[in-house]
Design a protein around this ligand. Structure first.
Ligand code: F0G
Length: 444
C-alpha cells in the first residue's frame, strides 16, 4: 500500500502489485499495463459515512470557494486518493460539464430520448483535462521538472495547459500535419516544447518511449493509470446529474481506448461501493479506418489485437495500435457493451446533426451518434432505452474539418449533401439576402 495514499498499482495481466510504478507504467514482470486499485471491497471508505452522505458532500462542494472543491474531478476525491495533498492539486476547474438533450439526433437515431455529456466543455476543450489534473498533480508531488506525451492533439493541449499552471515544462510529440490546428495552437500558446515528427501517432509513442529511457520526463500518455482515475469521475458526475438513475447505454469513441476503460472503472467502482445497483452497457465506436478493436472482436473474439495502419479524418482517433485495448475489452465484457466501427461519411453526417441540435463537437466525438444509429439498427439499443453519448471534444478544435464538409461541392450520389450548409457569397444588398431567405424557406 502506498504510504499516505491508499492505493496500489496492480498489473492487469499477471496481477502483480507495486507501490511505485516504473517510468513507462508497465509491469516489470510481464509488461502489461497497471491500474490503480483501492481496498474498497470491504467498503472501508464508508466508515462513518454512508452513500447518501457522500453524495451530499460531493454536491455541497460545488458552492465552496476552494479549487479542489470546484473541480469536477477532485470534488469526488474520496474515489481518487492518489495525491497526499488535495489542497494543492493542479486544477483548471475541469469537469463540471453539461448534459444536453439531443432531440433531433434522437429522431434521426430512432430513440425516444438521447443525451450527450459534453466533455468538450472542459477548460481546454476536451475530456483530457479530467485525467490531466489527476496525473499531473501526481507528477508535481514527485518533483518532476518535465512532463511529456505523444498525442493526436487533445492530450498535448491539455498537458501543456496544466503543466503551465503547475510551473512545469512540457514536451509534446505530434504527428506532422496530422493534428487539428486548434489543438496545435493550444500547445504552442501554453508554452510546450512542441515537436512535429514525420510519423503517425503510433510512431510518436515509440519515439517518446526511447526519449524517456534517456531523459527524465514524466509520461502523461494514457498508459499513466492516474489519468484514468481522473477520467473515471465523468461517470460519477454523469450519475449525479441524472439523479443517480443509471442510463441503459453509454457510448464513447475509441482511439487509444483509455477513456472507455476509465468510464468503465468509474461505473464498476460505484457499483462495488453500493452507490448504484446496475451498470450501463458501455459501447465503443471506432472509425472504420482506425478500427483495431472492432476487428479484434470480430476476428479474434478480443483475444489478440493486430495493429492497423490508421487512416481517418477524425484525427483524434487515428490510432492503429491502442495501448489500453485489454482494459477496454474487460469493460465491454463487464458491462456487456458492443464495439462497432463507422465510416467517414457516417461520422461527417452525425457531426452535422449534433451541430444542428445546437451542441456541436469534433469529428471523433460524432462517431458516437453514428455508432448509436448502427446499434439501434442492430436492435442492440432499443428505442425506449436511455443512451448517453460522450462528446469528447469541442467543435472549435477542428474548424477546418467543419468548413471543408459544409463547403464541399456536391457530387453525384452524395448522401452527405443533405446535411451540408454551405456559406453563400452574395453581393452586399438586402435584396440578395432576402432572396436567400426566401430560398431557405421564407416566412414558413
Ligand atoms: N475523442 C477525442 C476528441 C480524443 O482526443 C481522443 C483521444 C479520443 C476520443 C479517444 O480517446 O484514446 O481514450 O480512446 N485522443 C488522444 C490524444 C489519443 O492524444 O489527444 P481514447
Amino acid at each position: 500500500m502506498n504510504d499516505g495514499a491508499r492505493f496500489v498499482l496492480r498489473c492487469i495481466g499477471c496481477k502483480a502489485e507495486v507501490a511505485e510504478a516504473a517510468g513507462d507504467f508497465r509491469c516489470v514482470e510481464c509488461r502489461d499495463l497497471l491500474e490503480v486499485s483501492y481496498p474498497w471491497s470491504d467498503r472501508k471508505l464508508f466508515e462513518g459515512a454512508d452513500a447518501a452522505a457522500l453524495k451530499q458532500t460531493w454536491l455541497s462542494r460545488r458552492t465552496s470557494p476552494k479549487g479542489c472543491d470546484q473541480s469536477g474531478v477532485w470534488r469526488f476525491r474520496e474515489l481518487l486518493p492518489i495525491v497526499r495533498d488535495f489542497e494543492h492539486v493542479v486544477t483548471l476547474r475541469e469537469g463540471n460539464t453539461p448534459i444536453y438533450e439531443l432531440p433531433r439526433c434522437a429522431v434521426s437515431a430512432g430513440v425516444q430520448r438521447l443525451l450527450a455529456k459534453h466533455q468538450g466543455m472542459n477548460p481546454t476543450g476536451s475530456f483530457k483535462d479530467t485525467g490531466m489534473t489527476a496525473a499531473l498533480s501526481v507528477a508535481r508531488e514527485q518533483n518532476f521538472k518535465w512532463v511529456g506525451c505523444a498525442s493526436t492533439g487533445n492530450t498535448s493541449a491539455s498537458m501543456a495547459a496544466f503543466a503551465a499552471r503547475a510551473g512545469m515544462r512540457s514536451l509534446v510529440l505530434v504527428p506532422q500535419g496530422q493534428i487539428a490546428w486548434g489543438k496545435l495552437a493550444q500547445a504552442l500558446e501554453y508554452g510546450a516544447l512542441t515537436c512535429q515528427l514525420a510519423t503517425d501517432f503510433d510512431g510518436c509513442v515509440r519515439v517518446l518511449g526511447e526519449v524517456m529511457r534517456r531523459f527524465p520526463v514524466y509520461l502523461l500518455n494514457s498508459v499513466n493509470p492516474f489519468r484514468l482515475e481522473g477520467q473515471k469521475t465523468t461517470a460519477v458526475e454523469m450519475l449525479e446529474q441524472l439523479e443517480w438513475r443509471v442510463p441503459d447505454h453509454v457510448i464513447v469513441p475509441g482511439g487509444n481506448l483509455a477513456n472507455s476503460s476509465a468510464l468503465g472503472k468509474g461505473f464498476l467502482e460505484l457499483r462495488a461501493l453500493g452507490l448504484i445497483e446496475k451498470l450501463p452497457k458501455i459501447s465503443i465506436i471506432q472509425a472504420a479506418g482506425a478500427n483495431p478493436l472492432a476487428r479484434s472482436l470480430r476476428e479474434h473474439h478480443g483475444e489478440k489485437l493486430e495493429p492497423v495502419r490508421a487512416e481517418t479524418r477524425a484525427t483524434a482517433i487515428r490510432i492503429g495500435n491502442p495501448a489500453s485495448w485489454k482494459k477496454a475489452i474487460a469493460v465491454l465484457r463487464a458491462t456487456t457493451g458492443a464495439c462497432e466501427d463507422v465510416t467517414e461519411d457516417e461520422i461527417a453526417i452525425a457531426k452535422a446533426e449534433i451541430g444542428a441540435d445546437g451542441v456541436g463537437c469534433e469529428p471523433a466525438s460524432a462517431a458516437t451518434l453514428a455508432g448509436l444509429k448502427k446499434l439501434v439498427h442492430m436492435h442492440f439499443v432499443k428505442p425506449g432505452e436511455t443512451a448517453v453519448l460522450i462528446l469528447t471534444g469541442h467543435l472549435l478544435k477542428d474548424p477546418e474539418y467543419t468548413l471543408d464538409f459544409h463547403s464541399r461541392p456536391a457530387a453525384d450520389h452524395d448522401h452527405t449533401a443533405r446535411s451540408r450548409r454551405p456559406p453563400l457569397s452574395l453581393e452586399a444588398s438586402a435584396d440578395a439576402v432576402i432572396h436567400a431567405l426566401n430560398q431557405a424557406g421564407g416566412h414558413a
